[in-house]
Write a protein that binds this ligand. Structure first.
Ligand code: BJW
Ligand code: ZN
Length: 244
């Protein structure tokens, strides 16, 4: 962690009038939730592109549900880490206006964040592939036998957004309008490759706003970030909130 970079980030945050944040799987890594990409990002030799698609679900719902049931257990048992807490504190202080997340866990909410936009849905929602039936999962669901819709007898599926599916339009348009208003954005724990989420910081940049990136690795965003801090989100954000 570079002290100079942290100071630069704090200056941007202090001078901002409308700060937002975009988070990805890396923000939950310190809570023990595996990321999608990178060396620890694989599950049982499958890539997300091979499991997180409607085609994969149609071809092999047992395999896809097995992955999600395992992830529900990991996420529901996990606790928010200092990154989630720092972002909640930034909102509580009135500095952070909106938190846009690609994560399907609910650790931001459990840390106390209120204004959270979930671009890719939630593991707490289980929904029917055919009708509008859905429910809130308090605990991981039984997937043997496969869960069936009580209204129409079709398969139930996780309430998340798979590749090739549209993001929820109300959430996406709110996210776009939030970044249009932003004069600074914190981008933490995302590989910044999945669209349209990855384009949100570019809108802030186009409007001459500042980008603060927090990630142990470089990403496609690093080159255009005003500050790019190489470090873990929990450690870096905790330091920032302490010094702010
Ligand atoms: C740490 C850390 C620590 C580790 N601290 N950091 C334009 C161009 C090209 C392609 C497309 C395009 N528009 C749309 C597409 C297609 C596609 C796409 O983007 N493909 C790309 C891969 C090329 N997008 C879509 O299909 C989207 N739909 C859409 O656009 O609809 C309209 C449309 C339809 C059809 C055709 C065209 C348009 C939907 C995307 C849905 C993504 N879904 C997933 C799965 C969700 C459900 C689930 O959880 O199972 O969302 S995929 C997966 O990736 C998940 C994540 O939210 C998402 C992003 O990943 P994230 O969060 O960045 O995690 P990682 O693992 O990639 O990175 C972790 C990072 O953390 C790393 O950088 C680490 O270094 C770092 N890190 N420890 C801080 N302690
Ligand atoms: Zn149904």
């Amino acid at each position: 962690m570079n002290v100079n970079e942290i100071e630069k980030a704090i200056n941007i945050i202090k001078n901002s009038k409308y700060l937002t944040a975009l988070t990805g799987a890396g923000v939950s890594a310190e809570s023990g939730i595996p990321t999608f990409r990178g060396k620890d990002g694989l599950w049982n030799k499958y890539k997300p592109e091979e499991l997180a698609t409607p085609q994969a679900f149609n071809a092999n719902p047992e395999l896809v549900w097995e992955w999600y049931a395992w992830r529900m257990k990991v996420v529901f048992d996990a606790e928010p880490n200092p990154a989630h807490h720092a972002l909640a504190k930034l909102e509580e202080k009135g500095i952070l206006k909106c938190l846009i997340t690609q994560n399907v866990d609910d650790l931001h909410e459990r840390a106390g964040s209120k204004n959270v936009l979930h671009l890719h849905g939630s593991l707490r929602i289980v929904k029917c592939i055919s009708c509008n039936y859905q429910f809130y999962a308090e605990k991981p669901i039984e997937v043997k036998p496969l869960p069936i819709c009580p209204e129409c007898n079709q398969l139930l599926r996780p309430g998340v957004v798979w590749f090739g599916e549209m993001l929820p339009s109300d959430v996406l348009s709110k996210a776009f309008s939030e970044v249009e208003r932003s004069d600074a954005i914190i981008v933490a724990g995302t590989s910044a490759v999945v669209q349209p989420a990855a384009s949100l910081p570019l809108i802030v940049r186009r409007n001459k706003g500042k980008i603060i990136e927090i990630n142990p690795d470089e990403t496609p965003l690093t080159a255009i970030a005003d500050v790019s801090i190489r470090g873990k989100a929990g450690e870096v954000l905790d330091e920032i909130i302490k010094l702010l």
